[in-house]
Structures are given as structure tokens and as C-alpha cells.
Design a protein around this ligand. Structure first.
Ligand code: TMP
Length: 198
């Protein structure tokens, strides 16, 4: 059976990290590899630091877009492609995050085409965790927020709306992340189990 490339998406505060941690505990490491975008490689982790650093508020929109793409290019080459030869790969975010968070960059051309430049693998399944920004903002309030998390509620309203638009274009499964985490986790696990036939 060909190995599956699964992506977990959603705004911060939807429980994505908790769900990934639980999947890591439950799924056999011989059969699944977990990666994180941005980051997930030595070079990607350095790029991630630049991207999330609150002191880098002067970063230009284009620099931001290209850094997300650069981190991902390294992740695909170093982690995703080699691992998919032997096991399923679950990625914490991927191109759909760029299409929603950096959507303004469509002014430079066809953003989907730009974001996919040089990537020859698309996710087999995207699992999208959705919750309203008033709830996700409340959940992350106590954290030390990074540069992107400190953006306004209206920005996150737009991110949510864009995720919905893309839901219709890609193979996306939507989950109500306002529900208790155990409930969301079992639904996500079920989808992963179904596509990977574990
Ligand atoms: P994380 O906290 O889920 O690891 O993601 C880091 C932040 O980067 C998060 O606020 C979402 C944002 N992001 C983008 O703006 N564009 C992207 O392409 C990716 C992958 C993440």
C-alpha cells in the first residue's frame, strides 16, 4: 500500500498541538513519521525562529512568504519525501496554512501556483480543526504569543474564512474544534485510521 501524506491544519488554539502529541503516543513510530511546518529540520528550525520572533515586526510580506516556503522546501526534501517511501507522514501544517495566513500575497500572482513551486507532493488528506476566533484567542491567551499569534482578531476571522473557502477546493475534512478535545481527538484518529488502514 502506498504511504499517505496527512496534514493537520487550523488556527492556533484549536487543540492541534495536543492532538498531534496524542497521535504520536498512540501511533507506531515504525509506521508514522511526524513533522512540523515551519521547522522540522535543522535549517527549517532556524527559519522558524526568524518567522516567529516578535522583534522581527519589520519583516516584509514577501520575505515572510518566501521564508515559509524555504522552510517547507527543506522539510519536503529532508523529511517528507524520504519518509514517505517507508511510512505515513503526518505534518503539523503545510501549504494550506500559507494560502490562508499569507493570502494577501495573491497580489504577486496565482498564490496556489507560487506556494506549490518545486513541491511534487500534495497531501492525500487535510484535517482541518475549526473554532471561532473568540474561543481560540481565549484558549491561547495565557501563552507567550509569537509574532503571528499577536495579530488582531479580525486577521484571524479572515484566516478562518479563507480556510473555509479552501475546504471546498482541496480534499479537506472539517472538525468542530469547539467540542471537548477528547471528542475531536477520536474523530481525527478515526480519519487517520481510515485512510492508512491501520
Ligand atoms: P505553529 O504555531 O502551528 O507551529 O505555526 C506557527 C505560526 O505560523 C502559526 O501562527 C501559523 C503561521 N504560519 C503561517 O503564517 N504560514 C504558514 O505557511 C505556516 C506553515 C504557518
Amino acid at each position: 500500500m502506498t504511504k499517505k501524506f496527512i496534514v493537520l491544519e487550523g488556527p492556533d488554539g484549536t487543540g492541534k498541538t495536543t492532538i498531534i502529541e496524542r497521535l504520536k503516543e498512540e501511533l507506531c513510530p515504525a509506521k508514522f513519521t511526524f513533522v512540523k511546518d515551519p521547522g522540522g529540520t535543522k535549517i527549517g528550525d532556524q527559519i522558524r525562529k526568524i518567522l516567529l520572533d516578535k522583534n522581527n515586526r519589520s519583516i516584509s510580506d514577501l520575505t515572510e512568504l518566501l521564508l515559509f516556503m524555504a522552510s517547507r522546501a527543506q522539510l519536503v526534501k529532508e523529511m517528507i519525501e524520504p519518509n514517505l517511501k517507508q511510512r505515513h507522514v503526518i505534518s503539523d501544517r503545510f501549504t494550506l496554512s500559507t494560502l490562508t495566513y499569507q493570502a494577501e500575497m495573491a497580489k504577486y500572482g496565482d498564490l496556489a501556483q507560487i506556494v506549490n513551486f518545486g513541491l511534487n507532493r500534495q497531501p492525500d488528506l487535510i484535517l482541518l480543526l475549526d473554532a471561532p476566533p473568540h474561543l481560540t484567542r481565549k484558549r491561547i491567551k495565557a501563552r507567550d504569543l509569537d509574532r503571528i499569534e499577536t495579530k488582531s482578531v479580525s486577521y484571524f476571522e479572515k484566516v478562518r474564512a479563507r480556510y473555509f473557502v479552501h475546504c471546498k477546493r482541496y480534499n479537506v475534512k472539517l472538525f468542530d474544534a469547539a467540542l471537548p478535545i477528547d471528542n475531536v481527538y477520536s474523530q481525527v484518529f478515526e480519519s487517520v485510521a481510515q485512510i492508512t488502514k491501520i
